[in-house]
Design a protein around this ligand. Structure first.
Ligand SMILES: Nc1ncnc2c1ncn2[C@@H]1O[C@H](COP(=O)(O)OP(=O)(O)O)[C@@H](O)[C@H]1O
Ligand SMILES: [Mg+2]
Length: 393
């Protein structure tokens, strides 16, 4: 490899040749970092890894500075990437290069190397995503915090959409705690046909899950790159057939899996599930911010476990409080889709693999039906606008 000679003067006025050499070495360094599972970079897709080099410019102190896209990387992962890059630069006699992490969405235009441009859809959808063949709309169900009822909501939403005649799929993306298949009464492993995974079916919903890829009773010990690969498989290597809507049951939090899916898939919108208590709302704020950054429309909020009505005396108790919830909706300019009370009926039917939304005799089915109607309307409006837009383009 050619040695790159860098004089003080070069550093002051970065020549295009030196900038290009640094850019190439940065890409090589990132590919090396991707071989370390703890880097959080995908070793499977080198082109994507290389695309994280957003550009090379002069820092304010005159040193050359490589700008690296840190989207989806944790602080620890950034440290691993930085260490590997610095070591690689050192080996190439480029010890004076600074590394600057930034999110690709906040990359400034007009600098030495072009950042990948995200085309903005007028509805805020991300057009650089990769669609799933045959799937018309994708709705992500998310919460910041675990245990707030996200899988119960996802399962009932999917079953509720199938109930009103939509061809529906459910993708359980929770790597470490897959539970929506059990709530749909489905278990087993997915058959493979023509090198595609065949979803299992429960209550008219086609469902795929990490639970079908692993032993449900053993802890999952997969590291980042394995998870990313499996997520990709669950999206694209599945014989979904024609689907009007695919519901994603996202894992709790705003980590790598959520970001990868929000970036890769053309999400029609997201639904946030939260209990009305402060500790859940703090995390719900983070989930809303993540979707805003990813240009995914947040369709609204489901308040779960809003209150409990005592079956003996009829007293209504707001177990998780109610004061902060209205403030959350106002501050994020979001609408309430429905409130679901805490109910033994919901919990029991969930455990039996019977989504309560399908129970005509139960009052507990009402909020889930309201949610399914809301999502159905949101999807049909988006698809209608999309079709008009396509005609105009
Ligand atoms: N409204 C509700 N009333 C009673 N139990 C509920 C309700 N929503 C969820 N649950 C129960 O709470 C537990 C956690 O719900 P789950 O949907 O698995 O949460 P998450 O996916 O957010 O971790 C489950 O046992 C579920 O049956
Ligand atoms: Mg869950």
């Amino acid at each position: 490899m050619d040695r790159i000679e860098m004089t003080h003067n070069d550093q002051q006025q970065l020549s295009p040749q030196i900038a290009e050499s640094i850019r190439r070495e940065a890409m090589a360094g990132l590919v090396m970092a991707a071989q370390l599972p703890e880097s959080g970079l995908s070793d499977a897709d080198h082109a994507q890894t290389r695309a994280r080099v957003l550009g090379v410019s002069s820092a304010s102190d005159g040193r050359p500075q490589v700008r690296v896209d840190s989207t989806g990387l944790s602080l620890d992962q950034k440290l691993v990437v930085e260490r590997t890059l610095l070591r690689h630069f050192g080996n190439q006699e480029l010890s004076d290069v600074a590394i600057y992490f930034q999110r690709s969405s906040s990359a400034r235009a007009g600098e030495s190397a072009p950042a990948p441009v995200k085309k903005k859809h007028p509805l805020g959808l991300n057009l650089e995503t990769k669609p799933i063949a045959g799937v018309k709309a994708i709705i992500a169900v998310a919460s910041g915090k675990g245990g707030v009822g996200k899988s119960t909501v996802s399962t009932n939403l999917a079953a509720g959409l199938a109930r009103v005649g939509l061809k529906t799929g459910l993708m359980d993306c929770d790597v470490y705690g897959p539970s929506s298949p059990l709530m749909l009464g489905v278990s087993g492993s997915m058959p493979v046909e023509k090198s595609k995974l065949v979803p299992l079916e429960g209550h008219g919903v086609k469902v795929v899950s990490f639970g079908f890829l692993t032993d449900v009773k053993s802890p999952v010990i997969w590291r980042g790159p394995m998870v990313a690969k499996a997520i990709e498989q669950l999206c694209y290597d599945v014989a979904w057939g024609e689907l009007d809507v695919l519901v994603l049951d996202l894992p709790p939090g705003t980590g790598d899996v959520q970001m990868t899916l929000a970036e890769k898939l053309p999400l029609t919108g997201s639904v946030i599930v939260t209990t009305p208590q402060d500790v859940a709302l703090i995390d719900a704020h983070k989930a809303v911010s993540m979707f805003e950054k990813m240009n995914v429309p947040v369709l609204g909020v489901v308040e779960n476990m809003s209150h409990y009505t005592c079956t003996a005396c009829g007293h209504e108790e707001h177990i998780f409080g109610s004061e902060s919830f209205a403030g959350f909706l106002t501050s994020r300019k979001l609408g309430l889709i429905t409130s679901i009370p805490l109910s033994r009926n919901i919990r029991e039917l969930s455990d039996q693999g019977q989504p309560v939304v399908l129970d005509d005799t139960s009052k507990s089915s009402h909020p889930y039906r309201q949610l399914a109607d809301f999502v159905k309307t949101a999807i049909s409006q988006t698809l209608r606008v999309d079709t008009n837009l396509e005609k105009q383009l």
